[in-house]
Design a protein around this ligand. Structure first.
Ligand code: HXC
Length: 281
């Protein structure tokens, strides 16, 4: 689909790049000539991913809930002579829960990553691009419920909607600095991380495929290709857009998780236990 040197000379920071969608996008850009730096919380996971992804993949253990750690990591990358030219905001956290069961700490657990963390990374990188007059491009991974809202994932829906608002707002504010911001709103693209927290013990991918206008879920290759398109130097006039990558699902079905409206105490207690089991593993 693309020239194999499309990203030559580009150095792309991918948060949450050691697994799932983040890793798929990082691999796609590497294959198109970029170098990448993947961030995540778990050093060993990143180290192994980087070894598998090969030369050109750098890694750094950074928890994006920690603003000082972000600033330090960005400064180190610039000092090492590897300034980022592109940023993919991919790191996220989420789990399904009845909203009335959430404590304020549970809300913060999601908002600290998605809402605050995404802003802090974007601002730390963006202010470097502004100071050095290099321009740059940001791609944020949101979800189609930035348009519909979604039951049972309210902290995520609120936080992702905030990221979408950041995309549109900074597209205008930072356009004069040559910085573009766009988003991808994926539908269901099966990964272990999201599946275990959003469909605990019950993946139901066949149902997600059946309700989709195109009769299937999405693939990692498809998000890799769209990320490459939106971040490519030749897409330089696309700014402030969030593109749904969902086979038309949200147009046909609106919000996700409405099937959980039928759950009672027993199902919610079991779901919470399964999600916590996954987090403890
Ligand atoms: C209710 C829960 C809970 C659950 C945690 N909490 N899990 N409440 N149901 N299942 C509450 C805890 O009781 C606690 O509150 C508070 O949240 C913080 O708990 P911690 O264990 O300290 O959480 P933490 O270590 O911060 O980790 C939580 C997490 C974790 C951030 C959600 O799962 C994580 O690190 N996830 C990262 C990866 C991920 O989630 N990927 C999926 C992204 S999918 P109390 O009051 O008890 O102290 C996505 C969109 C996909 O973003 C869209 C698909 C269509």
């Amino acid at each position: 689909m693309f020239r194999s040197d499309l990203f030559a000379g580009q150095h792309v920071l991918v948060t949450g790049g050691g697994t799932g969608l983040g890793r798929a996008m990082a691999e796609r850009l590497l294959a198109l000539g970029a170098t990448v730096e993947i961030w995540g919380r778990r050093g060993p996971v990143l180290e192994q991913a980087a070894a598998e992804m090969g030369p050109g993949c750098f890694w750094r253990a950074v928890d994006i809930r920690d603003a000082d750690a972000i600033d330090a990591a960005v400064a180190e990358s610039w000092a090492a002579g590897r300034p980022y030219t592109r940023l993919i905001n991919n790191a996220a956290g989420n789990f399904v829960s009845r909203t009335e069961d959430l404590s304020h700490r549970a809300f913060r657990a999601i908002a600290d990553i998605v809402f605050h963390g995404t802003f802090n990374v974007t601002n730390a990188v963006g202010r470097r691009w502004i100071a050095e007059k290099t321009g740059g491009a940001v791609l944020s991974i949101v979800v189609t419920w930035v348009w519909t809202g979604s039951p049972f994932v309210v902290p995520s829906a609120m936080s992702k909607a905030g990221v979408d608002a950041m995309t549109k707002s900074l597209a205008v504010e930072w356009g004069r600095h040559g910085i573009r911001l766009n988003g991808i709103a994926p539908g269901v693209i099966p990964t272990e991380g999201a599946g275990s927290r959003l469909r605990p013990g019950d993946r139901r991918e066949d149902q997600m495929a059946t309700r989709n206008p195109l009769g299937r879920v999405g693939s990692l290759e498809e998000i890799g290709d769209l990320a490459a398109f939106l971040l490519a130097p030749s897409s330089g006039w696309i700014n402030g857009q969030t593109v749904a990558l969902d086979g038309g699902d949200w147009l046909a079905n609106g919000a996700y998780f409405t099937e959980y409206l039928g759950w009672g105490d027993e199902e919610w207690t079991a779901a919470r236990a399964r999600i916590r089991e996954r987090d403890a593993a």
